[in-house]
Design a protein around this ligand. Structure first.
Ligand SMILES: [Fe+2]
Ligand SMILES: [Fe+2]
Length: 315
């Protein structure tokens, strides 16, 4: 097989990731289809697409192994991975993808079955598992605090804004917790950013901007390395994207940015504006809301900005 067809598959999976992930997750009975299952489905499509680009799915298999370890108490996750390849195959086949495009899926079934059959640690209470997610997030915050206390303080504040926004937007308790954790961890990649760039009391040079922006991709790598945090990979990578495609690192457009990420973006920018920065004094909340309003539709989601107005005025 040439590399070319797999690039075609990767591109179309990336374009329609959300729709495909939802179609795959829909096969899990609704009583078991938690937010975690939906996030894992999303991450699976992403990871499979990048394997297509790399010409190898070994990383995907290793990732599934780590996810099964981290979520040993969620049978729906094992159930999902057990059928993911055939479901994706079933999705692609009627859409004109010939056998050559789908062959890697069949080749993947065996190694995935092997990984799923591995004996895992005995069942632990859900509270304990969630505790591990928080412990991992705390460990990241400790690293961030050591590298840059201002960013750690900002992260805690963004988590609080995320939680208030999610509540105003009437999300479920599970999603409120998830979005709040996204806020807490969104800037973790800044542990890799040189302090003199983070604290520069002036405009950054082009080269420094490149380094600053790379906290998104560095953060994604950090969270993907920890199975407890892998589900936060997309909001961490994409919290500086814009609805009009002019953000970074991927220039994604509105339709590719999920609600969780859009919430983090609004909370992040609002908190950055009202917070102290080395190069400018804090802005008043009223002025910061005006800035959000001025960028509705290009940078920010209209409903989330409306929620931020309510959060600021009513708490
Ligand atoms: Fe950031
Ligand atoms: Fe931030």
């Amino acid at each position: 097989m040439t590399v070319q067809p797999m690039f075609v598959v990767a591109k179309s999976l990336e374009n329609d990731r959300a729709e495909i992930a939802a179609a795959l997750a829909a096969h899990i009975p609704s009583s078991e289809r938690t937010l975690l299952v939906e996030l894992v489905a999303d991450a699976f499509v992403d990871a499979y697409a990048s394997g297509c680009r790399d010409g190898s799915h070994e990383d995907l298999v290793r990732w599934i192994d780590r996810m099964c370890d981290a979520h040993v108490d969620s049978p729906a996750i094992v159930n999902f991975f057990g059928n993911a390849c055939s479901l994706l195959d079933g999705y692609l086949a009627p859409r004109g993808y010939a056998g050559v495009y789908r062959a890697p899926l069949r080749a993947l079934e065996r190694p995935i079955r092997k990984v799923l059959a591995k004996p895992r640690q005995s069942s632990r209470p859900v509270d304990e598992r969630l505790g591990e997610v928080d412990a991992s997030i705390n460990a990241m915050l400790v690293r961030l605090d050591a590298a840059d206390p201002l960013t750690a303080e900002h992260s805690r504040a963004v988590a609080a804004w995320c939680s208030r926004l999610a509540r105003r937007l009437m999300l479920s308790e599970e999603e409120i917790t998830f979005v709040s954790r996204c806020g807490m961890i969104h800037d973790v990649g800044k542990v890799t950013t040189p302090t003199e760039i983070l604290h520069a009391p002036r405009k950054l040079t082009d080269a420094e901007w490149v380094a600053m922006r790379s906290h998104t991709t560095a953060g994604e790598r950090i969270v993907l390395d920890d199975p407890n945090l892998a589900i936060f990979a997309r909001p961490v990578r994409h919290h500086h994207e814009r609805l009009d495609g002019k953000g970074y690192p991927d220039g994604l457009f509105a339709e590719s940015l999920e609600l969780h990420t859009r919430i983090v973006t609004v909370a992040d920018c609002f908190n950055a504006m009202i917070g102290r920065r080395p190069y400018r004094p804090p802005m008043s909340p009223t002025r910061a809301l005006e800035q959000l309003d001025a960028n509705i539709g290009t940078q920010f989601d209209k409903d989330i900005v409306a929620a931020m107005h309510e959060v600021v005025s009513k708490g």
